[in-house]
Design a protein around this ligand. Structure first.
Ligand code: SF4
Length: 465
């Protein structure tokens, strides 16, 4: 059968899609990028906030059109929307033939082949290094999910309700997967989970993430490699972790730590604790321990009870913290979240204006930070031709994570032409609000080997959240 796959949402969901595609391909099915050619269409959904839910429903209905007009005989919906609204999907979207929950990834083949429907898996699922997986990212970078679920009580968040309690993958399984990916020519590995900094706690491993990072950095590879982790929890960032990152050149100098807010009162209502002062001290310790480190965070605008004063405090915090990268989410009133029952909801217009104001402050910070790079030479990972124009190529510094941060637009090249996946030096010539511009310098390493066949395109999604 020909299977068309749409993957929505975050990299954690993308890995689930890659595991499902791996199952299908390992059982002889083929993947197509053309929904009109597919026999079966699979939409792997996201549902953590309203916009994500809306995008999921829109995409399902869009794919349902292909069932009416195209060759597709079956429409399968997978992922987080299924976990939250399994019965609603079945009742309200009759075009959907079957559903697959987040713990039923290994049932995708039988479900696509028409042997059953997702009833909800008894046991929490977590893939391992022998699980067939098709990479949906470009050949030179990949995500590794090191844990699933979450035990934190953040009052606005519903993820633990459908991703379950926190569970780590086996240490040696992650190491084997990373070694296999590097062996296949991957240059950059991004470790992900709902909270990567809790890694190993449930396995009795002290300083689990630091130990894992140090072990991954020791993997022998013929070429330079980059190792990054995303989704840290603020009070889990300890000195051992920072020292480990500082000690290993292959561990990129990058910390992604969603802080959500800076007002102690709002953080308390979020059931996260801490305060802007505590976070500024944490940032100071991170920057002191890891020179040149980039810090990314995400914040929520308009949480119930957020007063003008709380918001001003948040604005001053963003100005003082000077993050390298920052994302802002509008508060989403999820009916099964703890915060749903809180009073003093913030009007939608106010939430909109507050989000815009935070992003405007960060745009200035980002522009000023970017200007400091002009004239400097940096190490970059060459991504490939720019998505905007084929007159330019794109590259990233270690301080720029894939798919979420700014990039470097390559408008000139010294020495041989660029190649996707090579790590090379670059001189920065221009700075914009989020992106930089520069000239690739002559290559210092041999052109990286390209292993065909590992790259499989999935159907384009409207816009991943
Ligand atoms: S740490 Fe992240 S995934 Fe876990 S409850 Fe909080 S916001 Fe949700």
């Amino acid at each position: 059968m020909k299977i068309g796959f749409v993957s929505l949402g975050c990299p954690k969901n993308l890995v689930d899609s890659e595991v499902m595609m791996g199952q299908l391909v390992s059982r002889g099915h083929t993947l197509t990028t053309r929904p009109d050619e597919a026999d079966v269409l699979v939409v792997n959904t996201c549902s953590f906030i309203d916009p994500a839910k809306q995008e999921s429903v829109d995409t399902i209905l869009e794919m349902a059109q292909y069932k009416k007009a195209g060759r597709a005989k079956k429409l399968v919906v997978a992922g987080c929307l299924v976990e939250r609204y399994r019965a609603d999907i079945r009742r309200d979207i009759p075009e959907v033939d079957a559903v697959i929950g987040t713990n039923e990834l290994e049932r995708v083949v039988e479900i696509c082949e028409g042997l059953g429907d997702g009833e909800g898996a008894p046991a929490p699922y977590l893939y391992h290094h022998l699980t067939p997986r098709v990479l949906a990212t470009p050949d030179h970078f990949a995500y590794i999910k090191i844990a699933e679920g979450c035990d934190h009580p953040c009052s606005f968040c519903v993820i633990p309700q459908f991703r379950g309690s926190f569970r780590s993958r086996r240490f040696e399984s992650v190491v084997a997967e990373a070694a296999g990916l590097f062996e296949r020519g991957v240059r950059e590995i991004n470790l992900i989970g709902q909270d990567t900094t809790c890694y190993g706690e449930d396995l009795g491993i002290r300083h689990g993430l630091a130990a894992l990072l140090a072990r991954l950095a020791q993997i022998e590879t013929p070429h330079r490699k980059w190792i990054r982790f995303l989704y840290a929890y603020p009070n889990r960032i300890d000195q051992r972790l920072l020292d480990t990152i500082a000690a290993h050149p292959d561990l990129v100098k990058y910390i992604d730590v969603p802080l959500q807010h800076a007002s102690a009162g709002v953080l308390k209502r979020m059931k996260r604790g801490a305060s802007g002062e505590i976070f500024l001290r944490l940032l100071e310790r991170i920057r002191r321990t890891i020179p040149g480190v980039a810090v990314r965070t995400s914040l929520i605008a308009g949480f119930p009870g957020e007063t003008e004063r709380d918001f001003e405090e948040l604005c001053q915090f963003v100005e003082a913290a000077r993050f390298d990268h920052l994302g802002v989410f509008s508060y989403s009133d999820e009916e099964t979240s703890g915060s749903y029952h809180l009073d003093r909801k913030v009007p939608a217009r106010t939430i909109y204006n507050r989000k815009r104001r935070l992003l405007a402050i960060q745009r200035k910070v980002s522009r000023a930070r970017n200007r400091q790079w002009v004239g400097r030479e940096v190490e970059v990972l060459v991504e490939g031709p720019s998505k905007e124009t084929d007159l330019l190529w794109e590259a990233r510094m270690p301080t720029q994570a894939p798919e979420i941060d700014g990039v470097i637009l390559v408008n000139d090249c010294e020495g041989r032409p660029p190649a996707s996946g090579e790590i090379r030096r670059l001189r920065i010539s221009e700075a914009h609000d989020y992106d930089l511009v520069g000239t690739l310098l002559p290559a210092s390493e041999a052109r990286p080997p390209v292993r065909p066949g590992s790259l499989v395109q999935i159907l384009p999604a409207a816009a991943s959240v």
